[in-house]
Design a protein. Structure first.
Length: 132
């Protein structure tokens, strides 16, 4: 499994974060968990249902972490950089809402091509194998 290294700043970290979410299924599960959790937490805050308030972290991580283990074959980036990962998740979701998911796939592919240490058997196939 790839390991999170030190980064000079968030802008250097974000391409790594995207690469750890290289598969569309991983990004979709993050999206579902984060958006559903945020909506339930907001509903809980607006209606006074306190039991719903922790929905964001419970659903967000509940959908996200298994996708790393079972789809990407890596560890969640939040294990090494929790605050940047939270920011990255927000940026990832905003990009998806704006219809930029294909751009995320390209960013992930480019990062993994340049950083073999970040590759896993699940998130990498040689570029010539993708055409087959």
């Amino acid at each position: 499994m790839s390991r999170c290294r030190d980064y000079a700043g968030y802008h250097e970290f974000f391409p790594y974060y995207v690469a750890m979410h290289s598969r569309p299924a991983t990004r979709r599960l993050h999206f579902i968990g984060t958006v559903a959790g945020a909506l339930l937490s907001l509903a809980g805050a607006l209606t006074g249902r306190r039991a719903w308030l922790p929905a964001l972290p419970v659903l967000g991580y509940g959908f996200a972490w298994p996708s790393h283990f079972f789809i990407e074959g890596n560890n969640p980036a939040s294990f090494g950089h929790p605050l940047w990962s939270l920011r990255g998740d927000g940026q990832l979701i905003v990009m998806m809402l704006r219809g930029r998911d294909a751009e995320l796939s390209v960013m992930a592919r480019d990062y993994l091509q340049a950083h073999p240490e970040a590759r896993t058997a699940a998130n990498w196939r040689a570029p010539d194998a993708r055409a087959a």
